[in-house]
Write a protein that binds this ligand. Structure first.
Ligand SMILES: [Zn+2]
Ligand SMILES: [Zn+2]
Length: 100
């Protein structure tokens, strides 16, 4: 008895769900652990972070609500960045699709 190979290769990945379900509001976006009120930063981009997890995604520099930047080229990116590493919109970038 063996599995037919098509049973494995034809299964579509179940990803649709991720597009529509927002992350649970009490989980840290960076480490995915539960965040309690006293250690919470946010919501930022509709997600929350631990204070200790509120760091630049690229360099790990610690951020605050006054110093963080968000991804300006992809609004679905919930991550936070320092001023150096924040993805910024350039003048003639190919982001016109966002303005429709
Ligand atoms: Zn965390
Ligand atoms: Zn950085």
């Amino acid at each position: 008895m063996s599995m037919p190979p098509s049973a494995l290769s034809n299964a579509p990945p179940k990803r649709l769900k991720n597009l529509f379900v927002p992350p649970p509001p009490d989980k840290c976006t960076r480490c995915n652990n539960r965040v309690y009120q006293m250690e919470k930063i946010g919501p930022v981009n509709e997600v929350i972070f631990h204070k200790q997890c509120f760091k630049c995604k690229e360099c790990g520099q610690h951020l605050s609500l006054k110093t963080y930047f968000t991804n300006q080229t992809d609004f679905s990116d919930p991550e936070v960045y320092c001023s150096k590493h924040c993805p910024k919109v350039r003048h003639n970038a190919l982001y016109f699709r966002f303005s429709v």
